[in-house]
Design a protein around this ligand. Sequence first.
Ligand SMILES: C[S@@+](CC[C@H](N)C(=O)[O-])C[C@H]1O[C@@H](n2cnc3c(N)ncnc32)[C@H](O)[C@@H]1O
Length: 271
Amino acid sequence: MLYKLKVRFLKTVWGNLLWRKWKVWRKHHVGSYDRLPEFIKNYIFPDASFVDIGCMWGVNGEYAFLAEKLGATVVKGVDVFGPTPEFEDKKKERNSSVEFILGDITSADTIKRVGIVDIVFCAGVLYHHPSPFDLLVALRRICKKTLILRTSAIPEIKGLPNAAVFYPMLKPEDRRLWNLKNLGLLKQKGITEKFDPEEGYGNWFWGLTPSCLTSLLQTAGFQIEYRFNEPFSQTFICKPVTVTFAHNLPDEAEARNMASVISSAGKAHPA
Ligand SMILES: C[S@@+](CC[C@H](N)C(=O)[O-])C[C@H]1O[C@@H](n2cnc3c(N)ncnc32)[C@H](O)[C@@H]1O
């Protein structure tokens, strides 16, 4: 109940503003969508390679063009639709060599086409994926030096670390809590209206708390260098550290051997 009151308070324009002022006054790292170009500028270096995952909707490749302007030489943008005419026009105007890749970043084929890239930028995509961990593992596979990740999120739930909300199939009265109309988000498919399977990634799937996002990133193989907090969004700057998460599937002979060791040890019991 208290949590719902907190969410409702943070959804108001003045509540949100008050929260920001308080955090800034306490010298916390506070994020905003408008800071994304600054984050790209901070991490780009001459001749870097850069990819924007989810580069098209409403931005028409703008972050990829910015990276190129700042000195990145191999620049790619990935999206599940496009390229838009605006993207094509910008590309021509700037005589740009930004490459657009049509593909789903969680598919092996797209990961292969992107290759390994110094800076991976991904904003506004994670909560649109039904399996956010798979998306983070995909980002880890293509990331050489830095991941800049911004995503919609929900406020931390005190006493329940790593919590998350799955939006599809919530009742209309339960979806209402996550409606961010007051903060300027007019349409959130799957929240302002019910989940529509035909809309695919257009739906909002997950409301992840900051602690849940942190654990997902670490499990996927990232170390978090900075986290920029906002009531309903988070931006992370990460470095790839450990090996990418993968379950190693043994070959048939190895698998038989494992099975025989497990059986003779008598340690497998019905769960
Ligand atoms: C909410 S928009 C964000 C656009 C932009 N990155 C921004 O922050 O303003 C999400 C974008 O990600 C794309 N997208 C969603 N899922 C994707 C996936 N699995 N692989 C690649 N792109 C995806 C969508 O088509 C859309 O262009």
